[in-house]
Design a protein around this ligand. Structure first.
Ligand code: ADP
Length: 448
């Protein structure tokens, strides 16, 4: 389970190390080349200057006696006759053996090169300038040489540079490892806590690191999701418990009736028993139908919708019903909305049922347009709904006490269904203040 963050950490570390090694390696190679070139150019320059002085002295005969050492023993100079006999040297130069066997020809009188001898680790190299003093066949040759520093010969320079590159690459890797580890630490904490939460209880929250960075945002979003999840699960649980509770009452009634009838058939009028059982079954059926409808609203998607003239729909629905109260209508024409006809009919039906049930003498239905919305209001002149109950009536299975005493027929799901339908259509359904009576307002978006 720790694989993922760890692998990001390892991957980033590897990338950093490789990049550091490449960049530093290229730099080191450049440094190596530059050092070698400048050091050798320096050595050669000095050997050339000193060698030419001596060859000039030999040629014009101004050099007599041993060659003076003007470089503190760094540049070694020999004058060598054909045959390899050393005739003159600077004090520190070998007196018997020539430093080089290369004998410049009379047409290329001056040669410079690097002469190496011995085996590692005692290998030595020198920069040599060989000058044939004249073109005459018996001309002497002046060898002017200087040792190449041992760090260039033994590879010490390269080793030092390589060690530096390695150490710096390791440093880069270590820093990356630490930084990425520190960055991913909270992610791991969040993941661990989430795993724990999904296994145990939804009331816990992931740790929120301080600040505004991406990880803090991730933690906040995860917690917001958990909030919604927890309340959704809570609502579902509440709904299931309310639903079972609602179903239990008619089932208990039904059962009591049937038990009584089966135990005392002689005391019971079969017709009455069956009638009462049918009423309980009806009630059960309507509750279950409502519950099913509630579960289905909004699942059809946009395809199930069609253009609907709201005023026409309301007019048809009112004509189809019989009312014991007077119904007034004010309809604007052509208030077109998009919706699922069956559902909007159901919404309207629920509101009209309630209005008919609670009105004293009259009901007013209006369809208008306002602020880019279609508005449908149903107003009755009954007892109204107390401000404190105006949201509560939309909750599932809510029946206000007065309603219970007046009429036990409703399932308490009518307004919950109506609001769910309104929301599935992108609209709202609210109780708005009105006196006397209750006013329900449905707002649906008008298609542009
Ligand atoms: P029911 O099936 O009981 O009618 P509803 O969800 O339709 O359930 O309504 C919930 C409660 O809201 C009703 O029991 C009633 O107390 C209250 N109510 C609904 N409409 C009106 C209204 N027009 N006037 C007064 N009270 C209402």
């Amino acid at each position: 389970m720790r694989m993922r963050p760890r692998s990001i950490r390892a991957r980033d570390t590897l990338i950093a190390a490789v990049i550091a090694a490449l960049v530093l390696g290229a730099t080191a190679a450049g440094v190596d080349f530059a050092v070698r070139t400048t050091v050798k150019a320096d050595l050669l320059k000095r050997a050339q200057v000193e060698g030419r002085k001596v060859s000039g002295g030999v040629r014009d005969g101004s050099l007599d006696g041993p060659i003076p050492d003007e470089t503190g023993g760094r540049v070694l100079i020999q004058v060598v006759e054909p045959g390899g006999h050393v005739t003159n040297t600077t004090p520190a130069a070998p007196h018997t053996v020539p430093v080089s066997r290369l004998w410049p020809s009379s047409n290329v009188r001056v040669r410079d090169y690097i002469e190496c001898g011995g085996v590692w680790p005692h290998r030595r190299c020198s920069v040599v300038e060989a000058i044939r003093v004249t073109t005459a066949p018996d001309s002497v040759v002046v060898y002017s040489s200087e040792r190449v520093p041992s760090y260039l010969v033994s590879g010490l320079l390269e080793m030092a540079l390589a060690t530096g590159v390695l150490l710096l690459a390791l440093l880069a890797a270590w820093i990356t490892w630490r930084v990425v580890g520190r960055t991913l630490g909270p992610v791991e904490a969040i993941r661990a806590q989430l795993a724990e939460i999904s296994a145990t209880d939804l009331s816990r929250r992931v740790p929120e690191p301080p600040g505004q960075d991406e990880i803090a945002e991730l933690a906040r979003t995860a917690n917001a999701t958990l909030d919604r999840l927890e309340s959704a699960v809570g609502r579902q649980r509440q709904f299931a418990s309310d639903a079972s509770h609602e179903l239990r009452t008619p089932i208990a009634g039904l059962r009591a009736n049937l038990e009584d009838a089966s135990m005392h058939p002689e005391d019971n009028d079969l017709r009455a028993v069956v009638g009462s059982a049918l009423r309980d079954t009806d009630r059960l059926e309507s509750i279950v139908t409502d519950l099913l409808l509630l579960a289905r609203i909004g699942t059809g998607g946009r395809n199930a919708q069609e253009p609907i003239d709201l005023a026409e729909l309301a007019g048809n629905e009112i004509r189809r019903r019989t009312f014991t109260r007077k119904v007034n209508t004010h309809f604007s024409r052509h208030v077109m909305v998009r919706g699922v006809r069956m559902q909007l009919v159901r919404l309207l039906g629920n509101l009209l049922d309630n209005a008919e049930r609670y009105a004293d003498s009259s009901i007013t239905v209006e369809v208008t347009r306002k602020d880019g919305h279609a508005l449908l209001t149903i107003t009755d002149d009954g007892a109204g709904i107390a401000p404190g109950d105006r949201e509560r009536v939309f909750e599932r299975f809510t029946r206000l006490d007065t309603a219970r005493s007046r009429d036990a027929g409703g399932t308490g799901l009518g307004l919950a269904i109506a609001r769910e339908i309104a929301q599935a259509h992108g609209g709202t359904l609210r109780v708005e203040p009105h006196s006397p009576g209750a006013r329900f307002v449905l707002r649906l978006p008008l298609p542009r």
